[in-house]
Design a binder for this molecule. Sequence first.
Ligand code: CA
Length: 236
Amino acid sequence: MGRDTVLVIEDEADLREVLAYNLKREGYRVVTSHTGTDGLQRCRDEKPTMVLLDLMLPDLDGVEICQQIRHDPAVKSTPIIMVTAKGDESDVVLGLGVGADDYVTKPFSPKELIARVKAVLRRRLADTEDEGDRVLKHSDEHGTLLIDPVRHEVQVDGETVYFTATEFRLLRYLAARPGRVYSRDQLLRAATGDDTVLVERNVDVHVRAIRKKLGVHRDMIETVRGVGYRFKDTGR
Ligand code: CA
């Protein structure tokens, strides 16, 4: 297998260069584009391993590009990290809603960016494995959390803790992809199915209940201000 290719769609020349430089240094092949239309075309031509997508572009905006990629059978599962300006949480929520995998907020350090790229690629690998009913196991400095879909059971440091059906689905959904941010709306749909109408605030109530049950592991579910929640990526 060849090197992973990252397509960078960014109209600011300086930022484009910084991104390309740091990605290349990590061994990635980099293709760049400075407009949305061209970026979309390159995505189709190059079939990159991943796309870094600026949200504010002169022609097509990032959300539109994200949507188009997700609707194109040839490239629809390409991981996308959105690059956004500080304070654009509503755009982030919109982007996650149309299928972006993650986002970074300007200004960001090269180190942070590379960590995100690697985490998204790691999750993509995990996604290709048979997800099915595998037991999710997460460890942190406090101990181990086991989520068993078949037995519908959560074990916190060897002790079985009771979770309601909704809490269990939410926890399993978050824990299946550590580090990935989900908006409240995405979590609601994951936990309840499309047919149930629930208020987004309810997610906060469920998360609060889940955290309480996780005890010392409560910090495994992280709040992403203005956006939603994610399960801590401990890299283990
Ligand atoms: Ca821009």
